[in-house]
Design a protein around this ligand. Structure first.
Ligand code: HEC
Ligand code: HEC
Length: 355
């Protein structure tokens, strides 16, 4: 983590303020809720090659750019990013950590069919979703450089891991931009023979470690009030008294959990269950898997019961209508937790310029 923080800080200092705020245009799909089982205790996670082995040349440059955008997404602030987060804040260890929704497992699970809108989502569309909601920004155009680079980085992680696991030597095969953007779950995805023989498409799409694995349901109904006690004891020292995170010289080293600079009401992390799963497995940083399941649920409820940037799908409609349409899950949008204030009615702006 220190290396990431350092590189974020250094590149952040070089950040150039990028013009005015951009309005969210056409909206990609909302963040899919993955249905995931508890991690198996003997699961063997894919091990990818060291980043220092990314080759020189045009293809390697794309992979490296993807890595840089992933750990310092603030380079895209004002253009595609409207909060103070970086992709790595949720997909930890530069998108490599198992059970923190790693990119290597994700890459091999797209294109994916979505029942909800009867549509097939490519890998680039999934990334566009995280820009729109988790980054409270505006999705980069299909086929644009950031999406190619982030796809190339994900592909390289996945393929290098598979190659090492199945004894295939040599450099990761290069793919065209168009191929990279689709994802690796397709019959025409070119694979070294040893890998194609040893694994099926479906097995590769369900690698152990994918997503944020589900923890058991809480014994008592989750409670933001109890969660506040957990927060003060285990989270506040890093994430701040009001979930605002910690910044020095305008660069955040500890990310905001709610308020104007965090993910918006359309992001997957605003669901209590998704946040509980993430928190149990990954927080408090460096001491994860120590909270009780109940504490993880309660603190997740506390975190996501605060106001944050608006759900970009709200146009002229009312919060109640949007809540009815998109928020029939474990979340607080359209509900009141304190003093009759309905969450979603005093939300912060979508994709604002940096203050
Ligand atoms: C606030 C936390 C957060 C941030 C920041 C974030 N994501 Fe995500 N991302 C999620 C959640 C939550 C999911 C859905 C996982 C689930 O439901 O288990 C997800 C899913 C994904 C997936 C699909 C994973 C899979 O296995 O299907 C990809 C790819 C992805 N994000 C890429 C990105 C990229 C690229 C960025 C930065 C531009 C980013 N994310 C920023 C929270 C975040
Ligand atoms: C030692 C400092 C530290 C503590 C304590 C800590 N966190 Fe974090 N948290 C981080 C850092 C750093 C990240 C970003 C991880 C990265 O970029 O690799 C993070 C990321 C997160 C995220 C996803 C990003 C975002 O801004 O939404 C959530 C949610 C979160 N923490 C919740 C919690 C909760 C709840 C607790 C208490 C149970 C907690 N954290 C305790 C340092 C900490």
């Amino acid at each position: 983590m220190n290396r990431n923080l350092l590189s974020q800080t250094l590149s952040g200092l070089l950040l150039i303020a990028l013009g005015n705020s951009v309005q969210a245009g056409e909206l990609p799909d909302k963040q899919a809720e993955l249905k995931l089982a508890a991690p198996s205790p003997d699961a063997e996670y894919l091990k990818m090659r060291a980043l220092s082995t990314i080759p020189q040349g045009a293809f390697g440059d794309k992979v490296r750019l993807g890595y840089q955008l992933f750990v310092n997404t603030q380079q895209l602030r004002g253009k595609y990013v409207g909060n103070e987060l970086n992709c790595v804040n949720c997909h930890m260890d530069a998108g490599r950590k198992a059970n923190a929704s790693p990119l290597w497992a994700a890459y091999l699970a797209y294109p994916a069919y979505r029942k909800k809108n009867d549509k097939v989502n490519s890998y680039q569309e999934r990334i566009q979703g995280c820009f729109t909601y988790s980054m409270n920004g505006k999705a980069p155009e299909s086929g644009s450089e950031p999406l190619v680079a982030l796809s190339a980085y994900s592909y390289w992680l996945a393929m290098s891991g598979l190659m090492d696991k199945y004894g295939v030597a040599g450099a990761v095969p290069e793919l065209s931009d168009e191929e990279l953007l689709k994802g690796g779950k397709r019959e025409d995805f070119v694979l070294p023979e040893a890998i194609a023989k040893a694994t099926s498409l479906d097995e590769r799409a369900k690698l152990p470690g994918r997503g944020f694995p589900a923890i058991p349901k809480p014994e008592q109904a989750y409670s933001p009030a109890r969660g506040e006690q957990v927060y003060r004891a285990h989270c506040q020292s890093c994430h701040g008294e009001n979930g605002e995170g910690v910044a020095m010289a305008g660069v955040y080293s500890l990310p905001p959990l709610w308020g104007p600079n965090s993910f918006n009401w359309g992001a997957g992390m605003h669901r209590v269950n998704t946040a509980a799963n993430f928190i149990y497995e990954n927080m408090p940083l460096g001491k994860s898997i120590q909270l009780s399941h109940q504490d993880a649920w309660d603190v997740a409820a506390f975190v996501v019961s605060h106001e944050r940037p608006q759900d970009p799908r709200l146009k002229e409609g009312k919060v109640a209508d949007l809540a009815e349409r998109y928020h029939k899950h474990q979340g607080y949008y359209g509900q009141s937790v304190a003093e009759g204030v309905v969450l979603g009615t005093q939300s912060y702006p979508i994709n604002p310029a940096k203050q």
